[in-house]
Design a protein around this ligand. Sequence first.
Ligand code: SAM
Length: 225
Amino acid sequence: MTSGKLSIVATPIGNLEDITLRALRTLKDCDVIYAEDTRVISKLLARYEIEKPLQRLDAATETKKADKILTRLEAGEHAVFVSDAGTPGVSDPGARLVASIHRQSPDTKIEAIPGPSALTTALSIAGMDATGFTFLGFLPHKKGRQTALKKIASGELPTVLYESPHRILKLLEELEAFELTRVTIARELTKVHEEVISGSVQDVQKHFEMHKDAVRGEFVVIVEP
Ligand code: SAM
């Protein structure tokens, strides 16, 4: 039985004001913060004048470092994990850390400090009923991509995807092959250049042709079959 605690804390997806009071209190009160990238979290901590010991824990070291965290928790410490943006475990590290602690020490307290995610933020302004949807995160780049696209286009529910600026035009080209009701692109959510573009695949492509600047930043894509 460990007396310590692990908090999985959601952080902003752009606007540094999008952080809950509970997240800030947790970051202030904990003994150590494990972060996907310590430079990214440092900006948030500086904004709120929080100084804490910082350790890196990324996708490559997640399982290995779980043992170190467990040792700390057994010593009664309070550890926090944050990914670079949004909710840990959602297309981000965190899940393997949590699973590893659960497996090795089922009684250890692991708490969620909820907050933003690009997924829910996009859905909240997409103007569609998100009672049911499929979330696939990033599509595979090569193997399995065509099969995934076909499933998305023939499915009954809207699918939410994450996409990088390098691949957004390619994804739209690929989607042209299917009959879709609507595609929505939510770009740069919570940031200065936040925008939502919605329409047929061709409408969205036209927008990007006319606004070359818009092929930058971070994207959530919602495909309605
Ligand atoms: N854990 C994060 C979450 O809860 O949303 C997702 C992390 S994933 C590595 C990063 C991807 O999320 C980006 O490539 C983009 O597709 C999406 N994303 C993150 N921030 C975003 C933003 N401000 N606007 C639009 N999409 C964003």
